[in-house]
Write a protein that binds this ligand. Structure first.
Ligand code: PAF
Length: 310
């Protein structure tokens, strides 16, 4: 069967991972069980890094080589970019001297906008997006907690990329213990995730609460229907028709499924880091305005989050 043929080992299966935060670190540890994995870092302080991964099955440690991103080095054949959305393009630029004409670039950013920026500048490479509902956070820089198992989707973002290759990669991720599937329309998945993030992340940042507590705040309940309306209009114009009611139901499901979670945006605020608001609600506002629509609820949330961390 074609499916089995695709799981045959192919040469040069090494992975380079840019941005070993919680998700990048989870992928690094899992993939390194099957093939060589190299971490790429700005100004690494040592040539290797020990990552500890804890999940329901127990804990696992892997010591992985770390290469400085702008130093010369062997060619990169498969690159997973797991940086924050605002760092994807600059980080990729720093390693571009190591890319081969066929290097596959996998983008794993939250929100939208950063992927298209990479596709525009790196159109000569096969580019894929990966979106995931895996839940991971960090107890310390090298200690990753795999808090909730999820599902990942991989799909081509440009014509140099193929669904067949996305399928092979999804197989590899599954073999590494990360439930994954290839999809021909990854942009639809990215929009669905954007919708959920628009409706949860900024509220948790402004209200400083875990996802599950949102439903107790009038600030959230009063704005959610109109916010979902703005997102549904934008999604429909992007070619993914949906309704505010359908989005609201999905948001409520994610809130109850992740009730104890501290959203990634609130984690950023608490750590004094820049948030991804520009790629989430900011993208929604820009996209809507470019289509002649206003998105005042999203716009107000962007301002409120920027007031917490510019
Ligand atoms: O960004 C996040 O934290 C997550 O995507 C979500 C769904 C909001 C759950 O915490």
């Amino acid at each position: 069967m074609g499916h089995l043929a695709m799981t045959q080992p192919t040469p040069h299966e090494d992975w380079h991972i840019l941005g070993a935060g919680a998700l990048g670190g989870l992928w690094a540890v899992r993939l390194s069980q099957l093939m060589p994995v190299y971490l790429l870092a700005r100004n690494p302080t040592s040539p290797s890094r020990a990552l500890h991964l804890q999940d329901q099955q127990g804990s696992q440690s892997r010591t992985l080589p770390v290469e400085p991103i702008n130093a010369p080095g062997a060619p990169i054949r498969q690159l997973l970019v797991a940086t924050k959305s605002y760092d994807a393009l600059p980080a990729l630029q720093a390693v571009s001297h190591r890319l081969l004409p066929n290097t596959a670039i996998y983008l794993m950013q939250n929100g939208l906008g950063s992927q298209e920026a990479v596709v525009r500048q790196y159109s000569r490479y096969p580019i894929y997006a990966v979106t995931t509902t895996e839940g991971a956070n960090r107890r310390s820089p090298d200690e990753i907690i795999h808090a909730g198992r999820g599902q990942s989707w991989i799909g081509p973002l440009n014509e140099r990329a193929s669904l067949a290759r996305a399928n092979v990669t999804a197989c590899r991720f599954r073999e590494a213990g990360l439930e994954s599937q290839a999809t021909p329309d990854i942009r639809h998945r990215l929009w669905l995730k954007l919708a959920i993030n628009c409706a949860i992340n900024p509220f948790t940042a402004v209200l400083n609460c875990p996802n599950g507590e949102l439903i107790h705040y009038a600030f959230f309940n009063e704005r959610l229907p109109a916010l979902c309306e703005e997102v549904a209009q934008a999604m429909s114009l992007a070619g993914y028709p949906t309704t505010a009611t359908a989005l609201q139901t999905q948001v409520q499901e994610v809130i109850s499924g992740t009730a104890a979670n501290i959203s990634s945006m609130l984690q950023d605020i608490r750590a004094g880091r820049r948030t991804e608001i520009d790629a989430i609600n900011g993208y929604l506002v820009q996209f809507s305005q470019a289509q002649g629509l206003q998105a005042p609820i999203n716009e107000d949330l962007v301002q409120r989050v920027l007031a917490l961390h510019p």
